[in-house]
Design a protein around this ligand. Structure first.
Ligand SMILES: Nc1ncnc2c1ncn2[C@@H]1O[C@H](COP(=O)(O)OP(=O)(O)OP(=O)(O)O)[C@@H](O)[C@H]1O
Length: 261
């Protein structure tokens, strides 16, 4: 679905992505992980067509992402960004309904009634009771869930998520990732998520792409990427890696300095 060939990206004359190559298959959930400043958001911007590589090629189904016209791209790919909701003045339902814009004509009408889909997305994100509330009267976590509902109603085959669990308590982190995973499987979606929370990434993603200083430090199933040795090399911290007692995902326990041998 996506193929990166020797992709280079510079930001303010600094090389932020330094010749990375990978391919993402359709219908899978990928996590992009790595320390602060590793280049994760920069890579997500390239995948979403917001910016273009300075070297190499980034292809989506064989076409350079940057060359795909905006509205066509919006029917294929939806992005959950930080601050991705419209400014205040809209209700939750109005904001979620804006996800339908790629399917509307210039009058804002669309052929099919999107109402039932909007209801489903609001229900899935636990927002049915808040749907008429203005956005500026939501908590950070409620806004995040509204932004995800807007992404779902865009009905694309590819979803990009930039740190989707930010602002969410552990209950909603699990609920959001469960929802993403079940929609992804049910509808055969391709999901690519920048994630900071490594234990969540390990539990939900098919594969993890670990970036470090603009290069790929590891790419593969979570149990190959999240090893104590790789975490030490990339994050510079000790971790005890165990298997999740109810699955095979690796889970990390951090080791504070006072408990180091
Ligand atoms: N607008 C900018 N101006 C200057 N440097 C930038 C800009 N945006 C990003 N960078 C630099 O590019 C590098 C990669 O940034 P990026 O945001 O992609 O990292 P990240 O892996 O998403 O980090 P984080 O985990 O902190 O969100 C960093 O060193 C950052 O300082």
């Amino acid at each position: 679905m996506f193929e990166a060939r020797d992709v280079v990206k510079e930001v303010h004359r600094r090389t932020v992505l330094n010749g990375i190559s990978f391919s993402f298959q359709a219908g899978r959930l990928y996590g992009i992980i790595g320390p602060n400043g590793a280049g994760k958001s920069t890579l997500l911007k390239l995948l979403s067509g917001v910016s273009s590589p300075d070297g190499g090629q980034l292809l989506m189904e064989g076409e350079p992402v940057g060359g795909i016209p905006r509205k066509r791209l919006a029917r294929r790919l939806a992005v959950l960004q930080q601050g991705g909701l419209p400014p205040a003045g809209f209700t939750v339902r109005e904001a979620v309904a804006m996800g339908r814009y790629p399917y509307q004509n210039w009058l804002g009408d669309e052929r099919e009634d999107a109402g039932p889909m909007i209801e489903e997305a609001l229900r899935a994100m636990g927002l049915a009771d808040l749907q008429h509330r203005p956005l500026d009267r939501l908590s950070g976590g409620e806004r995040q869930r509204a932004a995800l509902a807007k992404v779902f109603v865009q009905e694309t085959g590819v979803i990009l998520l930039d740190e989707p669990t930010t602002h969410l308590d552990i209950g909603y982190q699990v609920q959001l990732m469960d929802t993403v995973r079940s929609w992804q499987k049910e509808k055969g979606l391709s999901v690519i998520a920048v994630l900071h929370e490594l234990n969540l990434a390990a539990m939900y993603c098919d594969e993890l792409l670990l970036l470090h200083q603009g290069r790929i430090a590891a790419f593969g199933p979570p149990e190959q990427v999240l090893t104590a040795g790789i975490i030490r090399d990339v994050y510079g911290t000790e971790a005890i890696v165990v298997r999740h007692p109810r699955g095979k995902a690796p889970q990390m326990m951090l080791v504070p300095g006072s408990l180091l041998p």
